[in-house]
Design a protein around this ligand. Structure first.
Ligand SMILES: [Mg+2]
Length: 162
């Protein structure tokens, strides 16, 4: 059985996404986290590199849906120019929003990847539905106490499953 807290793939940043390899695996849709995955949690808008990445992924035929546990305001502001399908207050790792994202993209667990920085929301949520899960290290060090605490737990768990 697949370990629920083990990502299928680790990358140093989202910019390392190998689209050819993903296509070989049959991936054609991506559920993407914002905070500390695409930009640091306190960065309001995507930077130029992120804009280029999203644009390239789209032109290579990938469908993308933003899935964030953050507020409507945060997600809408970030997504203003990207105009991607986006779900706020997703309550990851709850399955509901992951299913909704796949519905929007007309994709399924076999052809959808999840990209995020947190084991207990992004990876766990994706693994619960059998999606292809990609973990990146969080971009920003300045974090809320609770998130910092969860990082510590994540490191302990990662050391055990790897
Ligand atoms: Mg995040």
């Amino acid at each position: 059985m697949k370990k629920r807290l083990k990502p299928d793939l680790y990358l140093n940043t989202v910019h390392e996404l190998d689209t050819a390899a993903l296509k070989t695996k049959g991936i054609r849709a991506m559920i993407v986290d914002i905070d500390n995955t695409l930009v640091s949690w306190d960065t309001k808008e995507p930077d130029e590199k992120i804009n280029e990445l999203i644009c390239r992924l789209g032109s290579e035929g990938f469908k993308i849906c933003i899935l964030s546990n953050n507020s409507k305001k945060r997600v809408e502001e970030f997504n203003r120019h990207l105009n991607l399908p986006a779900i706020h207050k997703a309550v990851k790792p709850s399955k509901t929003a992951f299913r909704k994202a796949m519905n929007i993209m007309d994709s399924n667990p076999e052809n959808t990847a999840v990209i995020g920085d947190q084991l207990f929301t992004d990876v766990l949520g994706g693994n619960r539905l059998g999606l292809y899960t990609v973990l990146v290290p969080p971009i920003c060090k300045k974090e809320f106490i609770w998130t910092r605490f969860m990082r510590l737990i994540e490191r302990i768990v990662l050391n055990k499953v790897l």
